[in-house]
Design a protein around this ligand. Sequence first.
Ligand SMILES: [Zn+2]
Length: 169
Amino acid sequence: MGDTKGKDRCSNCGQPASRIRRNYLFRESGLSNAVLKDIQVVTCDQCGNVDPIIPRLSEVITVLASAIVRKPRPLTGEDVRFLRKQMAMNGETFASHLGVDKTTLSKWENNQIPIGANSDRLIRALVLMLGPDSKAEIENGARNFTAINDDGEPVRIEIDAKNLAFSYV
Ligand SMILES: [Zn+2]
């Protein structure tokens, strides 16, 4: 009917929905603490459903992986699972790269046993080395390992999808 606001429809209930910009908690990534800053979302007034419009999704996932391997806090189970999936490895393959059995990896991913500082660094190093970063970026990432500590609050990762940059808050 010429009403541009009507062109977005809720993917859940099919009612007209409105498009706004806001920060979006990116739970679809499998991470509970990753926020996409100022992206467009289609929000439904009828059922409350929110559909994100994520630009350059595969690049956003790559940036998120970069943020995780450089984060100044220990890896969590969901971090490990995210990184494994980002490397397109199943549990058995990823575990064999790390020299552990897949049961151990599964327990890490489900927060049933601690990952431990050595395995934490090994996972980061593996992902860094097999990832798309330049040699300088890999070296920089490895130097960041000395800054990892669990003294403070858990960090939240914010992704700037427009500039493909990340920050910790
Ligand atoms: Zn709806």
